[in-house]
Design a protein. Structure first.
Length: 261
């Protein structure tokens, strides 16, 4: 089955076991998780009772309606191949839900230098793009990086100024910003926040809900955890959902549908 042909259910009223069976029969593409972990993966035994994540503020890199029904905060690494795949999934979901104000997407930095030595500097470069060209330039910059990088440290750092030029930034100002290291601490802080929020690899996403996750949604996530331990963690108040890995459009779309009123 082509996952692009999967039609999400409008509710999870059908038995969860049937949904999971369909997921498993369709193949591993429906449960593609990242092995890129800086710390031990979460399991059901060490799931936190809360997900502590800094609130979304004006300086965040956000697409969509700031007052959306669901906000997904994605912690990502520009050299992670799973992040590259999930970046396109989130763009597709924004096309589906962002235009109606139901979904907003916040991008935060989670470069893993243990695996990708170039990722922290690329993250700094994206912050320089934001400084010079605002939110639009930031998203254009990371879109282009994900488009051209082979991932796994495959992007030549010398190409970063070319990306800045291509999206209309002043290259001299960009190079000055990047060489200054002014965003090094910001990137490190974001990394630490991701780990504190339960991130054990990239991409790591947190869904902030305005209504509690339903019992059916939680049952679905628990069933996925049975097959892929640590994929989901749920905050005690059921208003925050942590998701590890680049799950397919089909699964995330079904979950978003279950989260919406």
């Amino acid at each position: 089955m082509d996952e692009n042909q999967v039609k999400p259910a409008k509710s999870l009223s059908i038995p969860v076991a049937i949904v999971i069976a369909g997921v498993l029969i369709a193949g591993a593409v429906f449960i593609t998780k990242s092995p890129e972990a800086p710390v031990a993966a979460n399991t059901k035994e060490n799931t936190p009772t809360d997900i502590t994540v800094p609130p979304v503020i004006a300086t965040d890199h956000l697409l969509g309606n700031p007052n959306a029904t669901i906000t997904v905060i994605e912690y990502s690494d520009l050299e992670c191949p799973f992040c590259k795949t999930f970046h396109q999934t989130l763009h597709r979901l924004m096309d589906d839900y962002g235009k109606t104000g139901q979904l907003a997407w916040v991008y935060r930095q989670f470069p893993l230098p243990q695996l990708h030595s170039k990722a922290p500097k690329e993250a700094e470069a994206s912050e320089c793009a934001a400084e010079l060209g605002g939110n639009t330039a930031f998203w254009n910059f990371i879109d282009k990086v994900f488009e051209v990088t082979p991932s796994n440290d495959g992007l030549d750092p010398a190409f970063l100024p070319q990306i800045a030029k291509d999206i209309g930034l002043n290259v001299t100002a960009f190079n000055t910003c990047l060489s200054s290291g002014k965003y090094t601490q910001k990137i490190q802080k974001s990394y630490e926040e991701a780990v504190a929020a339960g991130g054990s690899g990239t991409p790591y996403s947190i869904f902030i809900l305005k209504e509690k996750a339903t019992d059916d949604a939680i049952a679905l996530m628990r069933s996925i955890n049975d097959e892929q331990p640590g994929t989901f963690i749920v905050s005690e108040d059921k208003m925050k959902i942590g998701m590890s890995g680049a799950l397919s459009y089909g699964i995330v779309n079904t979950l978003l549908t279950s989260f919406l009123p």
